[in-house]
Design a binder for this molecule. Sequence first.
Ligand code: C2E
Ligand code: MG
Ligand code: MG
Length: 700
Amino acid sequence: MTGIQRAFVSNDTPNDDFQSLFATHPSPMWVYDPDTLHFLIVNNAAIDLYGYSRETYAAMTVLDIRPTHERQRMITAVHARSDMERAERWTHLKADGTMVEVLTYGRSVRFNGRDAILAIVQDQTEVNAAHREVSDTRSLLDSIVDNLPVGVFVKDMEADGLYILFNEACGAIVGRNSVDVVGRSDHIFYDEKQAAAFREQDMRAFAAEAAISFEETMRRSDGVERMLRTVKRALPSVDGSPPRYLLGISQDVTEERSVEARLAYMAMHDALTGMPNRAFFADQIRRAAKAATLEQPIALLYLDVDHFKHINDSKGHAAGDALLCQVAQRLTALARPGDFVARLGGDEFALVVRLDRESCIERFAKSLLTSLSQPFDLDGVNEHVTCSIGIALAPDHADDDDVLMRHADLALYAAKESGRSTYRFYEPSMRMEAERRHLLTVELREALQQNQFELYYQPIVQLENDGLAGFEALIRWNHPERGLVPPMDFIPVAEETGLIVAIGEWVLREACRTAASWPKHLKIAVNLSVSQFRHNSLLASVVSALDESGLRPERLEIEITESVFLADVGQSLPLLKALKELGIRIAIDDFGTGYSSFSYLRAFAFDKIKLDRSFIAGIETDPGNLAIVRAVVGIGSGFNATTLAEGIETEEQLTKLRQEGFNEVQGYLLGKPMPLAQAQALITGGVSAFAAAAAAAAAR
Ligand code: C2E
Ligand code: MG
Ligand code: MG
């Protein structure tokens, strides 16, 4: 028996039952002397937890199981008996030097006849660790909620919607501090209307099965209006009881919405003029056409600036843009409330107009043309343009938007065809004309495949020696049903559809091949269309036609009209120069019929000027025409270009031109365009055959 154990058996000593309970109790316990602080007795659990042997305990005081910094507190506590009746937290020192967190309960007892203190210890290490974990998790969650980039709040719906959580992002969105908001409800912060609106949302979301999203503009505490999107839902309770809290997740979507609005605006508006664009127009015309009735008809006007490309090319794109903006302004100014004006792209505009009577729309179209005929100020320079307008009415001409648009387009096409600067109403014949053009396109494609084209050759005579200078190649179409079709009946359609490129290539190859077999002094003139100049392939096809045939470039003469310049100077000029550098001669055809023929003479050194036949007719009597003829002779010698007069039909005309000093002539008098065989005969027959032919023609 140890001393301590012996001590228990004396007076005031717990009985055996207590002793065994004490010794085997799972909680560590000991009895110590409050004066000496020596352990008087310790139980097994204390030995196990702390790792000191019973003997070591016998030599220790309760201070020895405490780290130095806790010892004074212990002494004070023992003196004050402060750990009596209530648990006290301590850190104790184990035999191995590690710490153990404990709760101790002190009780005054009598032990071996004197006052002693029984200490019961509860190891708190695990409990504390669990607590720490819980508290760590809580603060982690708090910090997550506070740092979320979205506003999170929770309201207690059983307490008048009091905020019980309101994170920092929420505060930033509405411009309030979380501490000011928590514990209060909306009617403190917002005016009655806003608070009632929030309340209504809350009730609705709280009653709903799923979350509900709300979006609204709200005024922040600093008066700034923001667009707010909030998803609200009732938080399900943990125990399945009816929910009590409402969770809200708010986002400031002001920027997002304004970007969206901007994008939506851009998708529907033209960047240059700010007008509705084609997409917007398509939507508008669909509705308008659907809504149009005989009582409330509408008109669709397509408006196009005549020769806009010319302005763009000659004055620059900035000037072109400025012009379009001013056109847009004038159109908008003339539109009445309820009318719709859009820019469809390029120089094309559309107006959707409510109608009273057809005469009224005529007046309107005229007023548009008048307004647009006023000069435009392009960087301080006055520029005049004209416009063409096509008009289709719904439901008169069509009740379907697609058809209506097609009809307005046909009417615009007709306005352009009839010389521009005018308006045209849709007529059924236009559709027939369009169908005819379509059929013609199909037939032209077949004609190319089936070799239905043929070249006719019209002699060109040089007046210096009345000899044959060469021929102009003029295309004919041997149509299986219609017979010989003249170029004017199909070239324009071929130009529109781009078929002219393939047809033109055939003409070039055929003309060069033919001319290569002729005597070396004879030239061949080939007409090129403006649309051929829009294709990069032109230079290559000319070169390959020359290569294939072996014709020397100097014998090839390319005839272009001024429309080549109207279309695009930027592209045409380098091409013309490249052709000229190859040695090919370039002639300006139908000279005098264009808009500003003289400016083209300056822009490019033509080898030949072909004066249009409209100036030759009446030359004998009309002094004006004669003056022009003289001027062209002067220009020719000034620019060192050969002068040729087209359309000579009478001897008088021939004599006059000879007198005026023209270099070359061409016309029915000297020979109509003829099939190759006849042209060959003319060549082999020599001048005599030619003279005979001329005489025969003159006699007709
Ligand atoms: P152009 O190049 O000015 O050709 C002259 C046109 O005037 C020819 O008409 C010719 O037959 C006609 N002509 C010639 N002398 C007289 C005359 O004394 N009196 C009258 N009244 N007319 C005369 P054609 O052959 O019908 O050709 C018309 C136009 O078609 C040509 O005008 C030319 O611009 C175009 N063309 C003809 N062949 C081709 C071609 O292969 N390619 C292209 N792109 N255009 C062509
Ligand atoms: Mg010609
Ligand atoms: Mg001509």
